[in-house]
Design a protein around this ligand. Structure first.
Ligand code: ADP
Ligand code: TMP
Ligand code: MG
Ligand code: ZN
Length: 197
């Protein structure tokens, strides 16, 4: 049993397209826990090497130290969690193996606050990995929007561009990147090519 047997744990999810401010919001919530003197741990997937290996970093360069976890072995998280830890924070949660859901539920059941941030949709505009199930079990969901790079409206999707052209539907789902490969787009401006096109 973790830090407070009497307190109810809960799961919070911050989702939305790239550039929506998910990592900034995760950092904001985590910094507030410092003021509240809560003990927390931040985790991130080992495949996200965009800005730093051992930090979560937002696109506008806000950062906090984080522990790297193998996306195929989310159980690694368990070995870091001592019984004084009150909150677990996980960025880029969409990349992890679905077994992470059981681990998240276990922490919440034991009274911990679990804050996750991740993409609800992949570049095709389809639900990303474990996200639909995570959103369903969460007590609290925050869906953020970015600004569409094409028209300036609210962006809910992420556009992948390969040599300046929209990616194909059957391209690999996982491809780490930032502004060289991805834009935020609204539903109307979001494009996915099919091979027959
Ligand atoms: P996420 O983790 O959701 O990708 P971050 O928290 O890392 O987002 O970065 C959010 C920041 O990205 C914004 O505060 C802004 O400075 C920047 N940004 C870059 N492109 C856009 C865009 N198209 N719409 C909104 N913010 C953008
Ligand atoms: P971000 O949401 O913090 O901007 O980071 C999203 C990461 O996910 C970024 O490295 C690009 C990657 N990504 C994929 O691997 N596949 C996708 O379909 C999309 C949209 C993003
Ligand atoms: Mg992010
Ligand atoms: Zn648009």
């Amino acid at each position: 049993m973790y830090y407070n047997e009497s307190k109810t744990g809960f799961v919070e999810v911050i989702c939305g397209p790239m550039y929506a401010g998910k990592t900034e919001e995760l950092i904001r919530r985590t910094k507030r826990m410092e003021f509240a003197k809560k003990k927390y741990l931040i985790f991130k997937p080992n495949i996200d090497n965009r800005y730093a290996i051992n930090e979560v970093v937002s696109h506008n360069k806000k950062s906090m130290k984080a522990i790297n976890v193998d996306i195929n072995h989310p159980e690694q998280i368990l070995s870091y969690v001592t019984n004084d830890i009150q909150a677990i924070v996980i960025d880029e949660v969409q990349f992890f193996n679905v077994r992470l859901l059981d681990i998240i539920a276990k922490f919440a059941n034991e009274g911990m606050r679990v804050i996750c941030a991740g993409l609800d949709l992949d570049f095709r505009g389809e639900p990303f990995g474990l996200m639909p199930a995570l959103l369903a079990i969460a007590e609290n969901v925050t869906k953020l929007t970015a600004i569409c790079n094409s028209c300036g409206e609210e962006a809910t999707r992420t556009q992948r561009l390969v040599n300046g052209k929209p990616a194909y539907y059957d391209d690999p789902i996982v491809m780490v990147g930032a502004t060289e490969t991805y834009e935020a787009r609204c539903r109307k401006c979001h494009e996915v090519l099919r091979r027959e096109q």
